[in-house]
Design a protein around this ligand. Structure first.
Ligand code: FAD
Length: 479
């Protein structure tokens, strides 16, 4: 029976015969999963329950040779290609209707060189898998704040975590990467080798090829870190956020904090009287001593009468998975972000008011404190351009009921677009992209033209287009 795929222009059906698939299976070491396979539905599922794509083939790679074979198949049959790392991108870039998913999720090797203070990480590993291995040696590299997130997608688009102000973005700590480019070549990218590619993958996303492994720089971290996790009543949200703004102006680089609005969950660890009421939460960690953390965070713990204060000293790996249960697989999500120069009274009012209008009690509006090491680099030092804003605001719409999809997406989308009317609100973060709607100039700023040149060199036919796409010269976005 013939299998039907779709060409890279997304429109023309293409026939893949059983013979073609069998020939591919003979060259490919990992599982090849097609519709009808008992594992098909489980394998095609992504973290975001809104996304329900039905690929023609899922090629589960066991190593670089499999990735090369999968890229060759895509080129031979002009298939639409999606690349899957951890499968956690909110826009669902990791799958393609009727296309080929090059799935790196079996490639989770993590190899620490504790003397050189580096770690090599395969392209399908999650944050938790990296932290587990590096913490054996009391080391860590800056990644994100939820352990199931894929290292590849996160790092290629930036990567903001609990060490960002001290050691920079995840992409700032990439020392080298092995990449399979669209022509099937396996290339190494470092500061000395394919330096254009090395520049581009540090913030330019999955546009330039499939990263089979990264090498990251490591730092001494933990094994325990003092944390901040205090919940205030929603009635105090405006005054707490204004005080938070003042705090961030002189905050230590050892301190990485986020302020967010949320509804108090109906859980035993919260006073029942507060269940369901709006709250504002200050959350973060301090990479230093308990005494120094106390000196830093006490001012944030005395802003009003708290609902509850969970601040504690935690193992780094526990901190890295503290929020995991808030983001289960298969729930429905729409996340979008913007950078903010000034957390003005108007911006704070907007955040608090619009949070109150959310159709779902699971949704949050998050203010990430940035700066520090992120801003030490010039915006053109790597492809990641938005380095100078001290804050990023993210609307995280999280909900259960599919019939409420439109309302929740509209809430997140409008929250961000209305925020853009305020002074000093600009840009967008590639890892919180909405549903594929952030134009390149918002993401890449002045770096966009150089990225187009590098894309044209390494992927002239736009084989890797299911991402924050940079269209190569001579191609059109619809090709
Ligand atoms: P996937 O969905 O697998 O891939 C997304 C895209 O990345 C692919 O389409 C492809 O373009 C590219 N890609 C993936 N793997 C490769 C590869 N090996 N080679 C080349 N391209 C590849 N971001 C932060 O910065 N900080 C956070 O703290 C944070 N927390 C998060 C928490 C949760 C629960 C979730 C869902 C997301 C979070 N994010 C965070 C956003 C996250 O960085 C992005 O969703 C990111 O895309 C996830 O990477 P992934 O590999 O899981 O993505």
């Amino acid at each position: 029976m013939a299998k039907v795929g779709r060409t890279t222009d997304g429109a023309t059906p293409v026939e893949l015969t059983d013979d073609a698939i069998q020939a591919f299976e003979a060259r490919f070491a990992g599982p090849v999963i097609t519709p009808g396979d008992p594992a098909y539905d489980e394998t095609r599922a992504l973290w975001n329950g809104v996304i329900d794509k039905r690929p023609a083939i899922i090629a589960q790679c066991t190593g670089t040779a499999d990735v090369v074979e999968a890229v060759a198949l895509a080129r031979e049959h002009d298939l639409s290609v999606a690349v899957r790392g951890g499968g956690h991108n909110v826009a669902g870039y990791a799958s393609a209707d009727d296309g080929l998913v090059i799935d790196l999720s079996p490639m989770t090797g993590v190899f620490v060189d504790h003397e050189a203070r580096t770690v090599r990480v395969q392209g399908g590993a999650t944050l938790g898998q990296v932290d587990r291995e590096t913490q054996l040696f009391g080391l860590a590299t800056p990644l994100g704040v939820v352990s199931a997130t894929g290292v590849a997608g996160l790092s290629l688009n930036g990567g903001l975590g609990h060490l960002r102000r001290k050691y920079g973005l995840a992409c700032d700590n990439i020392v080298s990467a092995e990449i399979v480019t669209a022509d099937g070549q396996v290339r190494t990218a470092t500061v000395d080798q394919n330096d254009d590619l090395f520049w581009a993958i540090r913030g330019g996303g999955g546009n330039f090829g499939i990263v089979t492994s990264f090498e990251f720089r490591l730092y001494e971290v933990g094994p325990e870190l003092p944390t901040l996790f205090i919940w205030y009543h929603g009635d105090d949200a405006v005054s707490v956020l204004k005080a938070y703004r003042e705090y961030t102006k002189t905050a230590s680089r050892d301190a990485n904090t986020i302020a967010f609005t949320y509804a108090v969950p109906e859980l035993d660890e919260f006073p029942e009287a507060a269940w369901g009421e709006p709250a504002v939460i200050l959350f973060g960690a301090f990479d230093g001593s308990v005494a120094d953390a106390d000196a830093e965070f006490t001012q944030l713990k005395t802003l009003a009468d708290p609902i509850v204060d969970f601040s504690d000293t935690l193992p780094y790996v526990a901190l890295q998975s503290l929020l995991d249960e808030d983001y289960p697989d298969g729930l429905r999500y729409y996340w979008k972000s913007v950078y903010v120069d000034d957390l003005s009274d108007e911006v704070i009012d907007h955040i608090v008011r619009t949070h109150g209008e959310s159709p779902s009690a699971l949704s949050t509006v998050d203010i990430w404190h940035l700066g520090g090491a992120i801003a030490d680099r010039d915006p053109d030092e790597t492809a990641f351009a938005n380095r100078n804003a001290p804050y990023m605001v993210t609307y995280e719409a999280n909900w259960e009921d599919p019939s409420m999809d439109d309302d929740n997406v509209a809430w997140g989308r409008t929250g961000i677009s209305d925020l853009r009317q305020f002074k000093g609100v600009a840009g967008a973060y590639g890892n919180f992209p909405g549903f594929d709607e952030a134009p390149g100039d918002l993401l890449f700023g002045e770096n966009y033209d150089r990225l187009v040149e590098i894309k044209t060199t390494y992927d002239p036919t736009n084989l890797f287009k299911l991402n924050q796409n940079i269209v190569p010269r001579g191609a059109s976005a619809d090709d």
